[in-house]
Design a protein around this ligand. Structure first.
Ligand SMILES: *[C@@H]1O[C@H](CO)[C@@H](O)[C@H](O)[C@H]1NC(C)=O
Ligand SMILES: *[C@@H]1O[C@H](CO)[C@@H](O)[C@H](O)[C@H]1NC(C)=O
Ligand SMILES: *[C@@H]1O[C@H](CO)[C@@H](O)[C@H](O)[C@H]1NC(C)=O
Ligand SMILES: *[C@@H]1O[C@H](CO)[C@@H](O)[C@H](O)[C@H]1NC(C)=O
Ligand SMILES: *[C@@H]1O[C@H](CO)[C@@H](O)[C@H](O)[C@H]1NC(C)=O
Ligand SMILES: *[C@@H]1O[C@H](CO)[C@@H](O)[C@H](O)[C@H]1NC(C)=O
Ligand SMILES: *[C@@H]1O[C@H](CO)[C@@H](O)[C@H](O)[C@H]1NC(C)=O
Ligand SMILES: CC(=O)N[C@H]1CO[C@H](CO)[C@@H](O)[C@@H]1O
Length: 850
């Protein structure tokens, strides 16, 4: 949740030390000593003449080009001395080159020597995908610039996290990447996560991806020259240019190729797909118990109840308020939840109250787990508990300390036996407005001075720690951070981490580092189970440790719509599929119409949690009869589809190998050549088969949506529908248009139950939706729903319909009593569909012929 301050609408006002020389007047670099192998190219790059716009030029660079796989090209431009910061492998391990040969690669690298510019083309068509020849390379100590030209009408997606159009504007548009506390998720500003990856969709000729592996603060400008040429321009305040070009050419292949670089998303436990309820401001554990009881009484399945910071004593991590949330009562509620197959998750914030006698602080201090100020004392900031110190995720003792605190406080035998953890405020959010703030507070207890040398590493230091001698607080380039200065509302950027890197360079990794550490701690706590972590702040690869929600939005129709765009970006582009908005909105007051619509929309987003601010009214679904009715139906249909969703998540997690790699995707992923789909941002595919088209206008019961030319079936009636623009009037507040894509087979439970565990005991009914050619296919993944290592105890069942016969085959390692009761083939029997009755077991192949 957000602190109560409002976002500063001001842009950064940096004090420019000197006049910016236009990039066009910078002479750039010359390539020499070019050496080529079959799968790589290396060269030296030497500055041709001074540029010195925002900071000091770096004279000598190294170019490394690797044909890593046939569809992935790696282009690294780094300083020859290896001093410039590069992202720690602990946060983002790099993929190894598989040494594809240049001749067999789908992408071709070309360059000019003097000045050095480069381009990437698609080998099969010769189409230029990336071309820097319009503008010289600028590589300075605190400012880097590189520009690529774009097609005339570009379709660019990604570069999150943002609340703007899914297909990005390309006219004087800036995407700033600098993780920030961002209440009300303002448009055209930096938000909680930084993902410097974009998808460039060129219609029938293919889609490719460009990932800049950099944690640096940056402004990415999409605009046009005076002569009208479109470009995308990186302006970073540090780091190196470390590019991965992903060939596609199918859109979903780019998603997969990206996940191969940053890591596939974590496979989650089955219950995490259930319905979650949270609220900041629940005063007591008795109140929480009432929420649980009232959900039950209303007949709305509640899977998981969450604890926001209300549970804490003095808002400190690893404490429970002795009066409002006494541990024995919390334990008792959690035990009851567990007996009913329900779950409980609690929040943790990074700021640790620096009071001696508070165990987590004392033990962290002893381990050296906190970031230090210049004088060796622990750097202090302000957060919910008051004055705090901050974990240094790069210090050697921090993981052990964090794991130990989690194992102790959440001990199944004596602590609060949570099922997962939620990490918030991890941008990191600091209630100090600037670097002078904590200094005015009384100093904390003396801590041992650090022996670390920070500011002046030499060439004998380990590589990539960051150039010495920079202005780490106020670089001359004015990054468009919506809080203003780099350090505003976060940790001071001149702080040094224990490994010798600085917050200036690692700021954008703080949230992911906390998520990774929490994930690792949960693995210790429950070694046999898949850890569940939800994180607000993210960076590339966060999805391999955590689910994500989109932060502190508002109960408004605008944010109900934004939820769709954000879900599409997180899931399809940023490898974080288990994601969703705060259903019914976080800030402000939700009304029953909005909340009913959002309850339904949320049921079709991968992560489904209702959450609100302390200052907002109660918005549990049972608070309004109409919302309750909408939610009952929405949850029921979601639960019938849990295995369909779980199968998609398994595919996306990488365990599933090839095939579908996205849990949510935009319409153009499936119809890349159909221009009418490229700008669609109010519809999405959930899995490969279901296209969701909710009402999106304010207070409306009318929806206009687009079905590409194909065979579709109304999900609710089974009626066959042809493609085209559709207008539906009188859509009930609890209704949502959904269509099954022809050519798909969708496994569903026959009925839903009040928890995911009970739903898992239900049998299946399978729906076959034949495509244009009369055939269809689908799949079903089954395992025990929770184990980290299921070994061979899993089933991957493939369904196929050829117009006359239905076949289910595959691997059948998961033993189950659950059967397939029936197979409904749509489009048959005069359009209504024909039901074929089983039962068929799911422990071996089966099928039938007409
Ligand atoms: C690729 O080539 C490098 C350099 O020759 C070598 O070290 C590496 O083992 C090779 N990798 C593979 C997967 O063959
Ligand atoms: C571009 O956008 C910036 C920031 O919104 C604005 O100040 C500037 O006037 C715009 N320039 C043009 C040419 O529209
Ligand atoms: C639960 O329902 C009871 C009975 O309607 C009501 O009095 C109580 O305020 C509700 N509590 C919560 C937390 O919803
Ligand atoms: C779900 O329903 C079963 C009986 O059908 C009941 O025993 C159980 O307590 C219910 N669980 C919840 C969470 O309501
Ligand atoms: C960071 O800058 C502030 C403000 O100038 C200064 O007080 C502080 O000592 C600096 N911290 C470090 C670690 O250099
Ligand atoms: C798989 O199931 C068998 C039989 O229930 C069990 O003995 C084995 O331990 C399971 N393997 C794994 C990896 O869970
Ligand atoms: C499974 O079914 C498909 C489609 O009918 C068929 O092509 C394939 O050969 C079958 N595989 C096995 C192992 O039976
Ligand atoms: C993008 C968007 O809709 N932003 C809104 C978020 O909420 C605040 C406060 O309600 C509005 O002022 C913004 O316009």
């Amino acid at each position: 949740m957000a602190p109560t301050f409002l976002p500063l609408a001001l842009l950064a006002v940096a004090v420019l030390g000197r006049v910016f020389r236009p990039a066009s007047q910078c002479p750039g670099y010359r390539a020499t000593n070019v050496l080529r192998g079959d799968s790589y190219l290396v060269a030296d790059l030497r500055l041709i003449g001074n540029c010195e716009s925002y900071s000091n030029d770096i004279n000598d660079l190294r170019l490394l080009v690797e044909y890593q796989t046939e569809s992935r090209l790696h282009v690294l431009i780094e300083d020859a001395d290896n001093q410039v910061y590069q992202v720690q492998e602990q946060v983002l391990p790099r993929p190894k080159s598989q040494n594809a040969s240049a001749g067999s690669s789908a992408l071709k690298f070309s360059f000019t020597e003097n000045p050095f510019t480069f381009s990437v083309t698609r080998a099969s068509t010769g189409e230029v995908l990336f071309d820097t020849s319009d503008s010289p390379l600028i590589f300075q100590s605190q400012y880097l610039q590189l520009r690529t030209s774009l097609p005339r009408s570009p379709n660019i997606y990604g570069l999150g996290e943002h609340s703007d159009d899914f297909r990005l504007p390309t006219d004087n548009y800036t995407r700033t990447l600098w993780n920030a506390e961002s209440p009300f998720i303002p448009n055209r500003q930096n938000l909680y996560g930084s993902h410097p990856v974009y998808f460039d969709h060129r219609g029938a000729s293919g889609t490719h991806g460009v990932f800049l592996l950099s944690a640096s603060g940056m402004d990415i400008r999409l605009s046009q020259t005076d002569s009208g040429r479109k470009y995308l321009e990186y302006n970073t305040i540090g780091g190196v240019f470390d590019f991965y070009f992903l060939a596609g050419p199918e859109p979903a292949s780019v998603s997969k190729q990206y996940a191969e670089v940053v890591g596939f998303p974590a496979m989650q436990q089955y219950w995490t797909l259930g319905f979650h309820q949270c609220k900041y401001g629940w005063p007591t554990i008795d109140h929480v118990a009432q929420v649980v009881a009232n959900y039950s009484a209303a007949g709305i399945p509640l899977e998981t109840v969450w604890g926001d910071i209300d549970y804490m004593h003095g808002k400190r991590d690893f404490t429970s308020d002795p009066v409002r949330y006494p541990i024995d009562k919390v334990r008792a509620l959690v035990d009851t939840l567990h007996r009913n197959n329900q779950h409980y998750v609690q929040i943790l914030d990074p700021g640790i109250r620096n009071t001696p006698g508070y165990g987590p602080y004392d033990r962290g201090a002893e381990q050296g787990a906190f970031i230090r100020a210049a004088d060796g004392s622990f750097y202090r900031g302000l957060q919910w508990p008051g004055e705090v110190v901050w974990p240094d995720w790069f210090a050697p003792g921090t993981q052990d300390w964090w794991t130990n605190e989690i194992r102790t406080f959440y001990s199944p035998t004596s602590g609060i036996p949570v099922d997962g953890l939620w990490v918030d405020m991890n941008e990191a959010s600091n209630m100090c407005a600037d670097t002078t703030c904590p200094a005015s507070a009384p100093p904390g207890p003396p801590t041992q001075a650090s022996h670390r040398t920070t500011a002046g590493h030499t060439t004998s230091s380990p590589p990539h720690l960051g150039l010495p001698g920079r202005d780490l607080l106020h670089p001359a380039y004015p990054l468009a951070n919506h809080h203003g200065a780099l350090s505003a509302r976060t940790l001071a950027t001149n702080l040094t981490n224990a490994d010798g890197t600085t917050q200036y360079d690692t700021h954008n990794l703080y949230g992911t580092s906390m998520a990774l550490a929490t994930h690792a701690a949960l693995q210790h706590l429950h070694p046999a189970k898949r850890p569940f972590v939800l994180t607000r702040s993210t960076s590339p690869g966060a999805g391999r440790a955590a689910a994500h929600w989109f932060g502190d939005n508002t109960s408004s129709w605008a944010h109900y719509r934004a939820a769709i765009r954000q879900m599409l970006a997180s899931g399809a582009l940023h490898a974080q599929p288990l994601a969703g908005s705060d259903v019914c909105g976080f800030n402000g007051q939700a009304g029953p119409r909005l909340c009913a619509r959002w309850a339904v929309l949320g049921a079709w987003q991968p992560f489904y949690r209702n959450h609100a601010d302390a200052g907002s009214g109660d918005q549990e679904f049972y608070r309004w009869a109409d919302v309750a009715a909408a939610a009952r139906r929405a949850v029921a249909v979601r639960y019938r589809l849990l295995d369909y969703l779980y199968t998609a998540l398994w595919r996306a997690s990488g365990d599933g190998g090839g095939g579908l790699v996205v849990v949510v995707s935009p319409v153009w992923f499936a119809y890349p050549a159909d221009e009418a789909t490229w700008g669609v941002q109010t519809q999405w595919f959930l899995g490969a088969a279901l296209l969701v088209s909710p009402v999106v206008e304010d207070e409306s019961q009318r929806v206009e949506f687009y079905l590409p030319q194909d065979v579709w079936y109304d999900f609710w009636t089974g009626e066959m529908v042809r493609g085209g623009v559709k207008v539906v009037d009188g859509v009930g507040w609890g209704d949502i248009p959904v269509h099954i894509r022809g050519g798909s087979i969708v496994p569903m439970r026959v009925r839903s139950a009040n928890t995911t565990a009970e739903t898992r005991r239900e049998n299946f009914a399978i729906t076959v939706a034949p495509g244009m050619d009369g055939t269809a296919r689908g799949e079903l993944y089954l395992d025990d729903g929770e184990s980290r290592d299921v070994g061979s105890n899993k089933s991957m069942i493939r369904f196929a319909w050829d117009g006359e016969s239905f076949v289910a085959n595959g691997t059948f390692g998961y033993r189950t009593h659950v059967v397939v009761e029936s197979v409904l083939v749509l489009g048959q029997a005069g359009g209504k569909g024909k039901t074929h009755r089983g039962p068929w077991g799911l422990n071996e192949a089966f099928g039938f012929r007409l």
